[in-house]
Ligand binder design. Structure first.
Ligand SMILES: NC(=O)C1=CN([C@@H]2O[C@H](COP(=O)(O)OP(=O)(O)OC[C@H]3O[C@@H](n4cnc5c(N)ncnc54)[C@H](OP(=O)(O)O)[C@@H]3O)[C@@H](O)[C@H]2O)C=CC1
Ligand SMILES: O=C(O)C1=N[C@H](C(=O)O)C[C@H](O)C1
Length: 257
């Protein structure tokens, strides 16, 4: 039985995670962290009476072994640092952490021998999209990423789009330099390692990504769609036992599949 804390348990992903943990006989939900947690009726958030809830990081006292984090970009680093320093193995879905923060956490995890997993995307379709895009980039160096998300998403571009662009950049030869100039700022999107990335935020969308490759007289488009946040839960379920025994910080779900 692996004891689990869910940070951000009152949010969309947090609630999916609470339900996944409750339904899994190998996991036990022992704690939750979210601003306002002490004011809630626990049953409304699918928590048993004995689950400890905390409003802020400095209040957390727990015997949890795994810390699942689906919070907001500005707090994820401090949360994960706290978890590792307290011997709790992190499973991190929260996007928006900077590269130097991930590097610092990787070093801390190795020093403390408290490993875990950070995954830009826990959905199988997105993991496969990144794999296929990396392969295609060897043959089609000219590529652009378009990601589409719900209107409440705080960060842009998405963590998945950043990872996809980095993987494409690492796998490809020199791309063709595009000739176009922007007459409207932002028209060509942002750039991650030289790969243009475009972020769409619209009601009705959940989480979607397309990679467009162009070559002489032909094009290849790879697309994935998460229509429901349930699509991330099989990845989180796999990550919990993997994180619990990890001695280093693993980046990317593909490295435990
Ligand atoms: N890796 C993956 O596969 C996926 C990653 N994500 C990422 O997960 C994150 C959460 O997404 P989502 O659930 O949709 O967002 P939500 O806004 O629905 O949930 C975020 C939750 O975190 C809470 N929160 C804010 N500050 C803190 C804090 N200091 N400590 C603990 N909890 C806090 C929020 O509370 P309040 O509302 O009171 O601020 C809210 O309940 C995002 O970064 C998103 O990009 C999402 C889907 C899949
Ligand atoms: O905010 C979301 O919803 C998602 N965030 C992650 C990201 O930034 O890539 C994963 C997925 O796209 C859903």
């Amino acid at each position: 039985m692996i004891k689990v804390l869910v940070a951000g348990f009152m949010g969309s992903m947090g609630q999916k995670t609470v339900n996944m943990v409750n339904q899994n006989p190998d996991f036990q939900l022992v704690a939750g962290l979210n601003p306002g947690a002490s004011e809630i009726n626990k049953a409304e958030y699918n928590l048993a009476d004995d689950v400890a809830v905390f409003d802020q990081l400095s209040d957390v006292k727990t015997d949890a072994e795994v810390w699942i984090d689906f919070t907001i970009p500005s707090v994820a680093f401090e949360n994960v640092k706290f978890a590792i320093e307290n011997g709790i193995h992190p499973v991190v879905g929260t996007s928006g952490m900077a590269d130097d923060q991930v590097d610092e956490l990787t070093k801390l995890a190795a020093d403390k021998r408290v490993g875990g997993l950070i995954a830009p995307n826990f959905g199988l379709s997105a993991v496969l999209l990144m794999k296929f895009a990396t392969e295609a980039a060897k043959y089609f160096p000219d590529a652009e990423v378009i990601e589409m998300h719900h209107e409440d998403k705080l960060d842009a571009p998405s963590g998945t789009a950043i990872s996809t662009a980095k993987m494409i950049a690492a796998a490809r030869d020199e791309p063709t330099a595009p000739a176009s100039q922007e007459s409207v700022t932002g028209a060509r999107g942002g750039e991650v390692d030289g790969v243009p990335v475009h972020s769409v935020r619209l009601p009705g969308y959940v989480a979607h990504e397309q990679v467009l490759f162009g070559g002489p007289g032909e094009a290849l488009t790879i697309r994935q769609d998460s229509f429901d946040r349930e699509s991330f839960m099989s990845g989180v379920k796999l990550a919990v036992p993997a994180a619990a025994k990890a001695k280093t910080l693993i980046i990317g779900l593909e490295n435990i599949l």
